[in-house]
Design a protein around this ligand. Sequence first.
Ligand SMILES: Nc1ncnc2c1ncn2[C@@H]1O[C@H](COP(=O)(O)OP(=O)(O)O)[C@@H](O)[C@H]1O
Ligand SMILES: [Mg+2]
Length: 344
Amino acid sequence: MTDPGERLRSSLAADQSSSSSAGMADFDSPIAMEAMRATRVLHAADQEPFPAPNRIRVITIANQKGGVGKTTSTVNLGVALALYGLRTLVIDLDPQGNASTALGVEHTVGTPSVYDALVGDNSLGEVVHPTTASPKLLCVPATIDLAGAEIELVSVVAREHRLRRAIEAYVHELPPEQRPHYVLIDCPPSLGLLTLNALVAGDEVLIPIQCEYYALEGLGQLLNNIDLVRQHLNPGIAVRTILLTMYDGRTKLADQVADEVRNHFGELVLPAVIPRNVRVSEAPGYGQSVLTYDPGSRGSTSYVEAARQLAERGVDLPPLDRPGMAGVAVPPVAQHAVSTQESS
Ligand SMILES: Nc1ncnc2c1ncn2[C@@H]1O[C@H](COP(=O)(O)OP(=O)(O)O)[C@@H](O)[C@H]1O
Ligand SMILES: [Mg+2]
C-alpha cells in the first residue's frame, strides 16, 4: 500500500474510472493533476537532470531551533537532487537519527555511523550506507552514541575539524565518478560541538525557517556563530540559502513571516516555499521521503522545485579557498539521464 508505484497506479486507476463514468476525460481534476505530478517526479531520471555544481557543494543545514524542518529539508532535498541525477551524500549529525530513519537506513546502536568517524578512527567511506530512495543517494547515519560525542570530542585533537577532515579524506579516496556533487549535513537543534563541526565542514549554510510565530527569534545567535566560525575556523562559510518551510497559505501570519524573511534576507531566500502538508510528516513513518511516499503531493513537488532552484544556483559558485578540496574534480552527470525530447 505504501509502495510509491502502487500509489501512482491506484491514483491513475481512480482517475480513469471517474473520468469514464463521467463520459469524458477530465484532465483538470485534482486526481489527474496529482497523477501527472507524480509521474513527473517518479520519472525524474528520464527527464532533464538538474545541472551539476561547478564544485562539490558541502551544505550545512542549520537552525538551533527544533522542529523547523531541518531534517525534513535535508532528506527531501537530498532525494530530489539524487532522483534528478546528482550524486548526494546525506550526513546525519543529530543523535536522534531522524534523517537516517527517513532514508530507511538502520541506525541502531552498533551500526557503523558518523560517531565512528568523528570520535573513532573510521573513515567516512567505512560508515556510508546505501539508501532505498536512489542509488545516487548515500547516507552516513547517526546512532544514539552520537549523544555522547559532544562531551567525548572535547578532549580530541582538532575537535572542531573532525568532520571537515573526514569529508575531505572521503572525496579524495573516491574515483571522480563516485564522488558526491552534494554533501548535505543535518544538524542537531543546538549550537554545540556537533553543529560547530558541521559549520567548519561546510562551504555554505542553508537555514530552514518555519513560517510561524517567533520564526526569526534566535536567528541572530545562529548568524553570530556563523560569523565567529568564519573569522576563526572556516573563512569560506557563508549563509547561501534560506528555505521557507511549513507555509500555511490559509493564515495571514504565514504570509507576514514570509515577507519579513524576504525583506531581511533578500535573494538568499529560495522562491520555492514548502507548504505544510500532511504527506511530508507521514513519510518518515514509512522510512521514506515524501518524494517516494507520495510523489504527486504538494510537499513532494515543492521540494523538487526547491532542489531545482538550489541546483541552478550552484552552477556558478565563486571558487573556494579550501586547500583540503584542492584538485577535487566535480563528478560527471550520467548521460542516460538526459531527456529524449532534448535530443530530438
Ligand atoms: N512541510 C511540512 N508539512 C508538515 N509537516 C512537516 C513539514 N516539514 C516538517 N514537518 C514535520 O514537522 C516536524 C519537525 O520537522 P523536522 O524536519 O524534524 O525539524 P527539525 O529537524 O528542524 O527538528 C516533523 O514531525 C516533520 O515531519
Ligand atoms: Mg532534525
